[in-house]
Design a protein around this ligand. Structure first.
Ligand code: ZN
Length: 433
């Protein structure tokens, strides 16, 4: 992170720490002002949206508030894939930074963001951490997937991160008993105030710590993210470490969408960064009813996320949280359930491993990983013409590096994946207890 970026993030963070207490009307006014700028620029400079407005006989003036958004179609991952070149704003091409996700719902995706979006996203992320008690330079452990090329970088920058930022990263892509024993010793030595982790990995680690009756890991709070956090997981983690769990919900495309505050009454949505809709059959759901989560990001003008269907379900909540923040609220996020893959030799690989790996490979339309027996792993990949032999070798190499050689990996290339009717896409499924 450059120094400039760090200052920019501090600035947005400072803003967000104030705006979280704005009255509801002021937050909405802010959203609508940002929305108008976004819509105008999309119409003027983004070919994909210009065409859509023309086709629907709409002008930017027709979309002034959140309530007008329904006039625009939903943006799907397929739309992004097919029209990526037409989605870039012609006046801001020099600001576009390429990014990608391995697909939290099994579909990798490429897209563009601008630095301002990243800055606002990070400001919101730090705010979520603040709610969990984090202050700048507090000691924090990231029990996190440090993947591949990054693993080397992490090693190089570890002492910098360690000393200056007081951060320690432990790799959840290696979680044998031996690894976890070592992580436990490192955490005891490091004495973090906060531990941050994938939900599933934190649960597995909590079970390990309680089974081995390990003492001395005493953070003030634990932040989980990236996957559904189930109540039984939360309870196990809280009982084991004797502190509260704060769950956050975000994505690589849009960063932090919502986060729990100290009252744990649900998730506060980052209203300053995005407008979130909850839809069922294209109509808004009522409070308390589950709907498809649709995001409009207010800070990415280079490639507008206008009504983006992220692939998760969530439930809007009509309640004023006793923390006094007027940010809108949601409960139960439903969508990201990734099983662990276990191997005969005792390696445990969280489902989050696969999006991390697949994001660096071209030509993958979607994928699913299924383990029916402990010694067998089935990988289904729907590939496009961009998928090469070397991509295939890259995947195999990393599968074997992280899973070992005592598991048979069978890769299939079907034309499509037969997802269940429920619409819930579990792309890592293990039937091994
Ligand atoms: Zn609250």
């Amino acid at each position: 992170m450059l120094l400039n970026d760090a200052f920019a993030v501090r600035k947005t963070h400072k803003f967000l720490m104030k705006s979280q207490y704005w009255p509801r009307e002021e937050l909405e006014k802010y959203q609508n002002t940002k929305l108008r700028v976004l819509v105008q620029n999309s119409y003027d400079n983004v070919p994909y949206y210009h065409d859509i407005f023309k086709k629907l006989n709409l002008k930017p003036d027709n979309i002034k508030t959140k309530a007008d958004l329904h006039k625009l179609p939903i943006l799907t991952k397929d739309d992004l894939r097919q029209h990526l070149d037409k989605m870039l704003a012609s006046n801001l091409k020099n600001k576009a930074m390429p990014s990608q996700t391995g697909g939290s719902t099994g579909e990798p995706l490429k897209f563009y963001v601008q630095r301002e979006m990243w800055t606002w996203a990070n400001g919101a992320r730090y705010r979520g951490w603040n709610w969990a008690g984090y202050e700048f330079r507090d000691r924090m452990v990231d029990l996190w997937g440090a993947s591949f090329e990054i693993e080397q970088l992490e090693k190089m920058s570890t002492s910098f991160r360690h000393k200056l930022l007081r951060r320690l990263t432990l790799n959840t892509f290696r979680m044998s008993d031996e690894d976890m024993g070592q992580y436990a010793r490192q955490i005891i030595d490091f004495k973090p105030k906060i531990i941050r982790s994938f939900s599933g990995a934190m649960y597995v680690f909590a079970k390990f710590v309680s089974e081995h009756d390990i003492k001395g890991i005493e953070p003030e709070s634990i932040i989980t993210t990236a996957e559904n956090l189930f109540d039984f997981q939360r309870k196990k983690i809280e009982d084991t470490f004797g502190c509260s769990v704060y769950d956050g919900y975000g994505s690589r495309e849009t960063s932090l969408i919502a986060h729990e505050c100290e009252h744990h009454r649900g998730y506060h949505i980052s209203d300053e960064n995005s407008i979130v809709e909850f839809l069922k059959n294209d109509k808004p759901v009522t409070f308390g009813e589950s709907g498809e989560i649709i995001i409009t990001d207010l800070h990415n003008l280079v490639m507008p996320w206008l009504r983006y269907s992220i692939g998760d379900m969530g439930t809007p909540k009509d309640e004023k949280c006793s923390c006094g923040r007027a940010l809108s609220m949601m409960t139960s996020i439903d969508g990201r359930v990734h099983d662990f893959i276990v191997t005969p030799s005792g390696q445990r690989l969280p489902g989050e491993f696969f999006p991390h790996l697949f994001k660096d490979v071209n030509g993958i339309r979607e994928y699913r990983i299924v383990q029916k027996k402990i010694e067998e792993l089935e990988v289904e990949i729907v590939r496009t013409s961009d998928f090469t032999d070397s991509d295939f070798q890259y995947l195999l190499t990393h599968f074997h590096e992280y899973l070992g050689d005592d598991i048979d990996i069978e890769v299939k290339f079907p034309n499509s994946i037969d997802w269940p009717e429920s619409g819930k896409r579990r792309f890592t499924i293990s039937e091994v207890a």
